[in-house]
Design a protein around this ligand. Structure first.
Ligand SMILES: Cc1cc2nc3c(=O)[nH]c(=O)nc-3n(C[C@H](O)[C@H](O)[C@H](O)COP(=O)(O)OP(=O)(O)OC[C@H]3O[C@@H](n4cnc5c(N)ncnc54)[C@H](O)[C@@H]3O)c2cc1C
Length: 377
């Protein structure tokens, strides 16, 4: 075709964290020739620092579509986990026993009930089946809670997973699907011409018919190169991990969960700073103290690890899925909760991109155009 750009790949995915890997896997599964351009393991990825909840109950205040989107991913996670296992042999330990948000004291329980009421009173709210339970009801499902626990909210759609293994499974799956993963290929410029994209990387140029920006917080700098925008407001979270213990926690709790390997993860804080080099011991102590008040038996376990991670966070906290009008074939995919939404990214968003367009009736609410409306209002 005269004038058309020669293409090395159907799609170049920029960013090989959990979001980029999930989208790339879904694209390769849909038969696209995919390259993933990534900084590699030197990158400070949220994908290696998260709490690994597949979580529904607290999501969507201010954007009811996000509730439905989260419910949809929770419902598809079993299919994703099964497919990854068959393809890669890796069991990502997805479990959906239902999850709790626990309240220490009556005031916290009241605040929680009010929050859920506001969430579910929104027009267009999805039914998450979340309920408030009193202390006795919680204790029947979570034996061993401390005396200060006044109750909590329970949502049967909540679960958790081994997120590092999920990350590995996506990458192994990508290789099996013959997608190319290129670490040390940070993208510094993207040019659109003749219906294709030229991506400049530290190790040379790559040409592709479509481009998906999935570079976490770096989407903010990359999006304008292809006529898109992705306003980000990252924040920091810290997690404490104990030694392994015999299974005692049947349900994940927003801030405490026992992993498939027996360790207990405690977290996760939220600070408006983006310095990930320092661990703040006092934050870890507050987290550990609250966790011990919820489950006194935790007081007998040794802390073996602690880390901080920078959350990928859009300006309003909700996902951004968008396609460029000026550079057709360019997409941006970014969000917090990339673990929870992995099933949607792989099984819903990727097939849309493979077909060339995001379905406005399904995910139009997540366009970054909402920020223009907010600014004009
Ligand atoms: C403390 C904490 C707790 C969390 N808990 C949960 C949870 O319980 N449940 C949940 O669902 N989510 C949770 N998250 C969020 C989840 O981890 C993230 O949503 C997810 O990891 C984001 O993945 P990502 O691929 O967008 O970003 P990242 O993992 O940050 O990856 C971005 C990638 O883009 C690459 N990149 C950047 N710039 C460029 C460039 N110019 N060219 C090429 N590549 C580039 C980087 O190298 C990196 O590999 C948590 C996060 C944190 C920090």
């Amino acid at each position: 075709m005269r004038g058309a750009m020669q293409r090395d790949y159907d799609v170049a995915v920029v960013g090989g964290g959990l979001v980029g890997a999930a989208v790339a896997w879904g694209l390769a599964r849909a038969g696209q020739r995919v390259v993933v351009l990534d900084e590699g393991d030197i990158a400070k990825r949220a994908s290696r620092a998260n709490f690994a909840l597949v979580w529904v109950q607290s999501k969507g205040l201010g954007m009811p579509e996000y509730m439905g989107w989260t419910v949809r991913s929770s419902e598809s996670w079993r299919q994703l986990a099964d497919e990854l296992k068959v393809q890669t042999g890796l069991d990502v330990s997805f479990q959906r026993p239902g999850g709790f948000h626990l309240a220490l004291g009556e005031a916290e329980l009241e605040a929680r009930a009010l929050y859920l009421k506001r969430l579910h009173n929104q027009s267009g709210a999805a039914d998450t089946r979340a309920v408030i339970l009193d202390r006795a009801q919680v204790e029947r499902m979570l034996p061993g809670i401390g005396p200060e626990v006044a109750g909590g909210s329970f949502c049967p759609l909540d679960g958790h997973v081994n997120s590092l293994r999920t990350f590995r499974a996506f990458h192994k799956g990508l290789a099996l699907l013959r997608a190319e993963y290129r670490p040390n290929h940070a993208v510094t410029a993207i040019a659109y011409a003749h219906g294709g994209f030229r991506l400049t990387t530290a190790k040379g140029e790559v040409r592709a018919g479509k481009v998906v920006l999935a570079a976490g917080n770096a989407n903010m700098q990359l999006a304008p190169m292809v006529g898109l925008r992705s306003p980000m407001l990252p924040n920091r979270g810290q997690i404490v991990v104990t030694e392994r213990a015999a299974p005692f926690l049947r349900h994940p709790v927003t801030t405490v969960r026992q992993t498939d390997e027996g360790t207990v993860m405690i977290g996760d804080s939220r600070e408006d700073v983006t310095d990930d080099t320092n661990l703040h011991v006092q934050i870890g102590s507050v987290e550990a103290d609250r966790a011990r008040r919820m489950f006194p038996a935790l007081g007998r376990l040794n802390v073996v690890r602690m880390w901080a991670g920078i959350r990928v966070m859009t300006e309003d906290g909700f996902p951004i899925y968008d396609q460029s009008e000026s550079c057709p074939g360019a997409f941006v995919v970014g969000c917090h909760s990339g673990v929870t939404l992995a099933a949607n990214h792989a099984l819903v968003v990727a097939p849309m991109i493979a077909h060339g367009a995001l379905a406005a009736d399904e995910i139009g609410a997540f366009s970054a155009r909402r920020f223009d409306v907010q600014k004009a209002a």
